[in-house]
Design a protein around this ligand. Structure first.
Ligand code: NAD
Length: 332
């Protein structure tokens, strides 16, 4: 959802990590013509150069934009810095090994951003996105409202498509929210889900389709399993998240304010502190602000607290450097 229009000037995006996710985002931005300058930064410069050439070779059919491979100093003057570096889980290791490695990467990247940052929003996509967002917010010497994670934006998009499939409507008819962890403990806000502007339960009753508690649980589980199912089939996910990030970037760079369920450090919302998880937020080029608290169903609030406790437990163990003893599930 986009509201309001802000004066926009430059449209420069730096993407850190030229892997599947980073390059899919660059490609989507190029096709949608929503940035003027894109810089791809990767520790493997040869790969970043090759990705840029490949993307450039279709540019005669779209608006000519300035896309290049660069180094960390090139993030200066960016309106949006997207962090996608990190790696996916290998077959022979636990997800915790990925948490440790990706947090080491977060420290390196935050140090580099601090050296060269002079403006712009920092959007974290690397997993585990809520943990990564919390640590990056802590490590970056920039105002915390300028840092956020993609959080549940992908889950909301997946949910709209699953529910739309069930109801045989266009996903655009569905307005939904998912809060908490980008992962197994995410909380679908059925209380806020509307179809064609009507509450989902009312819409289903009208067309005679059941939306019982069991049906809701089935849809929620299908949603949680989606990332894993895609990874089973192709080893990774990247197009879905790239489209979501491209939508956010389009709104931010082109002077709009967008409302989305993204991850940011909480400041007492719903009584929760010292974690980053998704809540509905207002985002524009000047920063990220949480919307005022909503009246949730009791079970939604209880699930949100469980999700927050899960993330808090991981952060506490990371602080104590005990992460190898935990069992964290990370969705992609
Ligand atoms: P990938 O392995 O294809 O690419 C990662 C890239 O990061 C590599 O090119 C690597 O060279 C680079 N890199 C690593 N450390 C770096 C550093 N210190 N500086 C610069 N570059 C560095 O992985 P991918 O498939 O692109 O996934 C990237 C991340 O995105 C993973 O953490 C993945 O789990 C996450 N992801 C998140 C979502 C989401 O919804 N938030 C969805 C899909 C994937």
């Amino acid at each position: 959802m986009a509201i309001g229009v802000l004066q926009s000037t430059s449209r420069k995006v730096s993407i850190i990590g030229a892997g599947f996710v980073g390059t899919s985002i660059a490609y989507a931005l190029m096709l949608k013509e929503c940035a003027d300058t894109i810089v791809l930064i990767d520790r493997n410069r040869e790969k970043a150069d090759a990705e840029v050439f490949d993307i450039k070779h279709g540019m005669s059919f779209v608006k000519n934009i300035n896309i290049s491979a660069g180094q960390f100093s090139d993030i200066a003057d960016s309106d949006l810095i997207v962090v996608t570096c990190g790696r996916n889980r290998r077959a022979n290791e636990t997800r915790l090994d990925m948490v440790a490695d990706n947090l080491a990467i977060a420290e390196t990247v935050a140090c580099e951003i601090n050296k060269h940052y002079n403006k712009g929003l920092v959007l974290i996509v690397s997993n585990p996105v809520d943990i990564f967002t919390y640590k990056m917010t802590e490590l970056l010497s920039i105002p915390k409202e300028m840092v956020f994670g993609s959080g549940c934006i992908l889950d909301v998009s997946r949910f709209s498509s699953v529910l739309a499939g069930y109801l045989h409507v266009n996903p655009a008819c569905i307005n939904a929210g998912i809060i908490g962890e980008h992962g197994d403990s995410q909380v679908v806000l059925w209380s806020k889900t509307t179809v064609d502007g009507r509450p989902a339960e009312e819409y289903c009753a009208k067309i005679g389709l059941p939306l019982s508690a069991a049906e809701k649980r089935r849809i929620e589980q299908q949603l949680i399993d989606m990332g894993t199912d895609i990874i089973k089939g192709k080893g990774r996910t990247h197009y879905g998240i790239a489209t979501c990030v491209c939508h956010l970037a389009d709104m931010i760079l082109n002077g709009q304010t967008v409302i989305a369920c993204v991850s940011s450090v909480l400041d007492g919302e719903y009584g929760l502190n010292d974690i980053a998880i998704s809540l509905p937020c207002k985002i524009n080029r000047y920063g990220v602000a949480k919307l005022s608290e909503e009246n949730l169903y009791i079970d939604e609030f209880e699930k949100l607290c469980l999700s927050a406790n899960k993330i808090k437990g991981v952060l506490e163990h990371i602080t104590k450097r005990e992460i190898k003893e935990l069992d964290l599930s990370v969705s992609r």
